[in-house]
Design a binder for this molecule. Structure first.
Ligand code: ZN
Ligand code: ZN
Length: 134
């Protein structure tokens, strides 16, 4: 069963024929601005499983020196996916239409969260990233 997602204005639509994994929320100051929110909510996709159904020509992207970046709708500004070296790496959970059947596994960069954000009790948090990512 495919998952579908779309941007805020609905001009860009995608489907994913595969599982999501590695769901996480990053609370760093960069993600707050990139996602216009208290944190990012992001999950990785298996390579090649995301296809653009509508509006791919409306996508624009912002890529950093590392080769990692994001693609967003040029009409409404919704961030739809993260890219690494030009390939879709993962998606923003907020643009999904269905329940992906996974939970956010961890909250990272909680040490630099916004002062106004209250982190819920009982979630897995890291000041920066998990030790195995270093
Ligand atoms: Zn849009
Ligand atoms: Zn971040």
């Amino acid at each position: 069963m495919a998952l579908t997602g779309e941007c805020f204005c609905g001009a860009v639509k995608y489907r994913i024929d595969g599982k999501l994994f590695g769901a996480r929320s990053c609370h760093c100051s960069r993600c707050r601005k990139a996602f216009s929110a208290q944190a990012s909510s992001y999950a990785q996709v298996e390579p090649g499983t995301l296809s653009w159904v509508e509006g791919e020509d409306l996508l624009t992207s912002l890529v950093g020196k590392s080769g990692a970046g994001k693609r967003f709708c040029s009409k409404c500004g919704s961030t739809l996916c993260g890219i690494v070296d030009g390939e879709v790496h993962g998606i923003t959970l907020g643009c999904l239409n269905e329940d992906p059947g996974i939970d956010i596994e961890m909250h990272i960069f909680v040490g630099s969260k916004a002062p106004w954000e209250v982190i819920p009790q009982g979630v897995v948090t890291y000041d920066t990233v998990p030790p195995e990512w270093h």
